[in-house]
Ligand binder design. Structure first.
Ligand SMILES: NC(=O)NCCC[C@H](N)C(=O)O
Length: 302
């Protein structure tokens, strides 16, 4: 596909369909950061309010282990990185980077520029791990980009070279000009309008090439038009399940199996009706910090 434009912010700019885009392999490995030092120590999103010092560490460890086991049971190799003292949010390892595989098989990663001061030092810790993994490491120009929180906001279309990029709270739209240039990939930029859905991964879950799970009120009308223009099936979560159960912060690592927080009855029925297998997990301790299944891992290519 010859790209006329790299960043798309409205549906009338679209000059391609999904089938015009190059294919991208599905990741086969997962990075998870152990929750040893996970806690709620500060408030940088609305979900953390009232939860400072209230994490049940033992329960968090159990929840994390069940999730890690599930990736292994589904055939993914899981890299488990030690958490670090003083970095209570490092366990949300979707946020410090955006990995990528090039058309020639080169593995690259763009390191984040965290918006929250409290989380900035996590990026060096994750970068040090990528250095042991033969990834080409790329950095955004801090003169041009103030913030970009990796796969919290930048989500690959399943199996296609197209990036969906949320902006407004933790990442700025300028980041996507840089990301698009560095990865030579078009980006659909979606403005986020509700601070309870401060990362794209709280309101947009790419399930397969044709299907996405969203919480519509987190987007502008134009954003929803873009989503409907490129996805045949748009599954919508209710406000209760999206906000209280983080239903949309689910993960569908293989286009078939959806890993999701327990109790999302309405979304689960819609997922099953659409042909997906649903696997429920308790992530209540992590929801206290504003995260759930999706942001507790990073998908990687081997
Ligand atoms: N949604 C995500 O991608 N990550 C969850 C991050 C939670 C963390 N307490 C934060 O506010 O940055």
């Amino acid at each position: 596909m010859t790209k006329k434009q790299s960043i798309y912010t409205s549906a009338d700019q679209l000059d391609f369909t999904i089938s015009d885009l190059q294919a991208m392999p599905v990741p086969s490995e997962v990075l998870m950061v152990k929750p040893t030092y996970f806690d709620v120590e500060y408030v940088i999103n609305p979900h953390m309010k009232g939860h400072v010092g209230r994490v049940d560490k033992m329960q968090a460890q159990n929840e994390w282990e069940h999730l890690a086991d599930a990736y292994e049971e589904h055939g993914f190799r899981v890299h488990m990185l030690d958490g670090m003292r003083g970095m209570p949010d490092m366990v949300f390892c979707a946020n410090q980077s955006l990995p990528f595989i090039d058309t020639d098989g080169t593995r690259k990663v763009i390191m984040s520029i965290m918006h929250a001061e409290q989380r900035k030092k996590e990026v060096d810790a994750i970068e040090a791990w990528y250095r042991t993994q033969d990834y080409e490491i790329l950095h955004l120009d801090p003169e041009k980009v103030s913030d970009f929180e990796g796969m919290g906001d930048a989500i690959w279309h399943f199996r296609r070279r197209l990036l969906w990029g949320g902006y407004g709270f933790r990442s700025s739209i300028e980041a996507y000009e840089e990301v698009s240039r560095l990865l030579d990939t078009p980006v659909i930029a979606l403005e986020l309008v509700d601070d309870k859905f401060y990362h794209l991964d709280t309101c947009f879950c790419s399930l397969d090439e044709k299907t996405v799970l969203v919480y519509p009120d987190a987007f502008t009308n134009e954003g929803m038009k873009l989503i409907h223009a490129l996805y045949k099936n748009v599954i919508e979560a209710t406000s209760y399940e999206a906000e209280k159960l983080f239903a949309v912060n689910a993960a569908c690592p293989d286009g078939k199996n959806v890993f999701i927080q327990q109790g999302c009855t309405d979304v689960n029925k819609k997922l099953r009706d659409a042909g997906f297998a649903v696997h429920e997990f308790s992530t209540y301790e992590f929801i206290k910090s504003g995260g759930s299944v999706f942001c507790m891992k990073m998908m990687l290519w081997r």
